[in-house]
Design a protein around this ligand. Structure first.
Ligand code: HSE
Length: 444
């Protein structure tokens, strides 16, 4: 069969890895795909660098639209990133009848509805395994391997940069700023790390996971997003003493009322496998009604790990090219005419409706009755306490006045009820600083 011809838009870290792995493993890949897969054209603003990476047999251009306009190209790989030009090029490639492979989670999380609709209308595939958790085949697992299941929840460490920072904070007792500097020096964090440390990258990814797990539209705007910038090393230590680790999790959960969709630092029991995923590694836990709990672990970024996912998509397309579009695996796992409407039967729930456990750190004056007052307010709100830790008091004021950190773990609580209780606790004169609240998931 004629080789499938691929045009690459952007040859940075992932693009060059894709070219290298395709070249190195070409014999095995074509035996799997049933035909050769060749990158025959590359577009990059730095044409000299691109040329040095791909050699003389590949056409290198500075204008991505030349790739899209080439009738010989069957698949366009978009590795430019962002919502700007990448969006236009993906839409133009679809309009030109090309299949698209992308690692662009931001683009799909925000504009996925428009892109998948255009692709369906044109009968082309938009594949995005590389967009979520890099080399871990989590999209394929959810979409195909677990297709028998009613998925109950998915929770993942899906941002390597923040997992590296949290590991440094825990292992070396560093504070956030120092750990971020380390991550930047070692090349894990970008010069502008905002999307990673504020949880936005993880929110893009969990939004895509949520759509595939539950058959709902991609709804990034409904994802509650909290990063790790306000996490204190003291909280990591206290959590440890209570048998928990703190991880930045992307969580999506089906409940009777709708779907929870959230990214935030989370206490998880230290004995869970996922709690022991350290450094820049990623891991995703999926709970299905038939299979039970499954765990997927691996590199969530990097040149060849991400290329591994990009090439898996190329092989899928090579196998399916020419097949009736109605017989392909649907990109969002559910047949498009069965996707729930946004806000329909499975609305994404506001945070007030989310039910989870909480870690509270309350800086209090060490006086008689303080603990009783606080636990009384929690009891009146119907909030059940799971554990309490009180540190030895520090002498801070004059005349022997002392302060202490009171750590409370709650059982599962509706977030709206906790907000109401904290609104009563915070103004107490014996509460001396802003209360720290971190969500807790048992993941069992
Ligand atoms: N910056 C991401 C991470 C990788 O740190 O995991 C690309 O999404």
């Amino acid at each position: 069969m004629k080789p499938i011809q691929v045009g690459l838009l952007g040859i940075g870290t992932v693009g060059s890895g894709t070219f290298q792995v395709l070249t190195r493993n070409q014999e095995e890949i074509s035996r799997r795909a049933g035909r050769a897969i060749q990158i025959t054209m590359v577009a990059d603003l730095d044409t000299a660098r691109a040329r040095s990476l791909v050699g003389e047999n590949v056409r290198v251009v500075g204008d991505a639209r030349e790739v899209i306009a080439n009738p010989e190209i069957d698949i366009v790989i978009e590795l430019i990133g962002g919502y700007g030009i990448a969006r236009q090029l993906v839409m133009e490639a679809i309009a030109a009848g090309k299949h698209v492979v992308t690692a662009n989670k931001a683009l799909l999380a925000v504009h996925g509805a428009e892109i998948f609709k255009a692709a369906a209308a044109k009968g082309v595939i938009v594949a995005f395994e590389a967009a979520v958790a890099g080399g871990i085949p989590i999209i394929k697992a959810l979409r195909e391997g677990l297709t028998a299941n009613r998925i109950q929840w998915v929770a993942g460490i899906i941002n390597g940069t923040t997992n590296f920072i949290l590991s440094e904070m825990r292992n070396k007792g560093m504070d956030f700023d120092a750990a971020l500097k380390d991550a930047q020096q070692l090349g894990y964090a970008e010069a502008d790390p905002t999307f990673d440390i504020e949880g936005v990258d993880a929110a893009h990814k969990v939004t895509l996971i949520s759509a595939i797990a539950f058959g709902i539209p991609v709804q990034f705007d409904k994802c509650h997003t909290e990063g790790i910038t306000r996490l204190a090393s003291a909280d990591i230590k206290y959590a440890e003493q209570l048998g928990y680790r703190i991880k930045l999790l992307g969580i999506t959960k089906r409940t009777d009322k709708g779907v929870e969709l959230r990214v935030h630092p989370t206490l998880i029991p230290a004995r869970r496998l996922i709690a022991n995923v350290d450094g820049a590694m990623n891991a995703v836990v999926v709970q299905g009604d038939a299979v039970g709990t499954t765990l997927y672990y691996g590199k969530g970024a990097g040149s060849e790990p991400t290329a591994s996912a990009v090439i898996a998509d190329l092989v899928d397309i090579a196998r399916l090219d020419g097949a009736d579009p109605a017989h392909r695996v649907p990109p969002l796992a559910f047949q498009s005419n069965t996707l729930a409407a946004a806000g329909g039967d499975l609305p994404v729930l506001p945070m007030a409706e989310v039910v989870t456990g909480y870690y509270l750190r309350i800086r209090v004056a060490d006086e008689a009755g303080v603990l009783a007052r606080i636990t009384g307010i929690l009891a009146n709100a119907g909030i059940s306490i799971d554990a309490i830790l009180q540190r030895e008091a520090d002498e801070v004021g004059g005349e022997g006045s002392t302060q202490t950190d009171l750590i409370i773990l709650t059982h599962d609580t509706r977030e709206g009820d906790l907000d109401a209780a904290l609104a009563q606790i915070q103004p107490l004169p014996t509460v001396l600083a802003t209360i720290t609240r971190i969500r807790k998931e048992e993941l069992n």
